[in-house]
Design a binder for this molecule. Structure first.
Ligand code: AMP
Ligand code: ZN
Ligand code: FE
Ligand code: FE
Length: 288
């Protein structure tokens, strides 16, 4: 049966597997299509597409933006984006810079409490990808300062703890505009893990095309609720493992949360519509 996993991270952000390794695992697990959705980054996509061609896996170029909405961080997914889009890449450069400076600030704050980790260690852990708190958490674990990544977050890296530093994030509507501008499809990620469950409905009033109904952190009831909501709003439904490369019984969870071909085809149709308007927009910019 056709399976598409539309939410996977690589070393281009905080995943543990290189883009080509993600695709190799998808092939091994007989997953037909996989979307590469790194946090605020598209730098893993070319390598994944190349591996996909070699191994017969369809690689969908994607992204996962971290956005601010009221008092929470909301994640917005983009699919079938033109990952070479100038406008998109200009914004991603800005976001990468702010991630770098936040990383430095976290290290300074930890040092103030005599917890010594260096920026070089964090950079090495991020393997050239966008720098995130999970990289700092892994260093804290490697140095024996925390017993696990979760514990490192809990003790040091979440709001209210000594190593917490906020960073520049875009709004949900900015993320939707950037994705649509790059011809992509806009999907609200894992609505079930948003703390304030009134927010998803508010957010879906923005220019959003679909809902990630099936997700590794959604239980059956949550999936059912959001499936009904997507149907009632006439929105596309997606599914994703949100795999970060951790191994369970020797395998990553790539493909364990998936949708079928007809749902992917709905996304393709939406993409074609947006691509047309994105192309017209670029043409008018060029001609003006
Ligand atoms: P950042 O984008 O650098 O602020 O890091 C956020 C990422 O860290 C999220 O997308 C998750 O992948 C991961 N994360 C957030 N909170 C936790 C937590 N409590 N335990 C483990 N990982 C977390
Ligand atoms: Zn992540
Ligand atoms: Fe997310
Ligand atoms: Fe994710």
């Amino acid at each position: 049966m056709y399976r598409a996993d539309l939410h996977v991270h690589t070393t281009a952000s905080d995943g543990l597997l290189a883009p080509s390794e993600v695709v190799e695992w998808a092939a091994k697990k007989e997953v037909d299509a996989v979307a590469i959705t790194d946090h605020d980054s598209v730098s893993g996509i070319d390598e994944a597409i190349e591996a996909g061609r070699r191994l017969g896996v369809c690689v969908i170029p994607g992204i996962e933006f971290s956005c601010t909405y009221r008092d929470e961080e909301i994640h917005i997914l983009g699919y079938f984006i033109d990952h070479k889009s100038r406008c998109l890449n200009d914004k991603l450069k800005e976001l990468a810079k702010s991630r770098e400076s936040r990383g430095l600030r976290i290290i300074e704050k930890l040092l103030e409490s005599n917890i010594e980790i260096s920026y070089e260690e964090v950079k090495a852990e991020s393997k050239g990808g966008s720098v995130g708190r999970p990289h700092i958490a892994r260093i804290l674990v490697k140095k024996g300062i925390a017993s696990s990544v979760e514990e490192a977050f809990r003790q040091y890296l979440v709001k209210g703890k000594l190593g917490y530093v906020d960073r520049e994030k875009i709004t949900v509507s900015e993320a939707a505009d950037l994705i649509h501008g790059a011809g992509g499809v806009v999907v609200m990620a894992h609505p079930g893990i948003v703390k304030n469950q009134n927010y998803p409905k508010e957010i879906l009033r923005y220019d959003i095309d679909g809902i990630e109904v099936i997700h590794s952190a959604h239980d059956e009831d949550t999936t059912c609720r959001y499936e009904k909501l997507a149907s009632s709003l006439g929105m596309a439904k997606t599914a994703g493992s949100d795999c970060h490369g951790n191994m369970i019984e020797g395998k990553p969870i790539i493909g364990d949360f998936s949708i079928g071909k007809s749902d992917v085809e709905i996304l393709v149709a939406i993409h074609k519509k947006h691509k047309k308007s994105a192309d017209e927009c670029t043409e008018s910019e060029v001609n003006s």
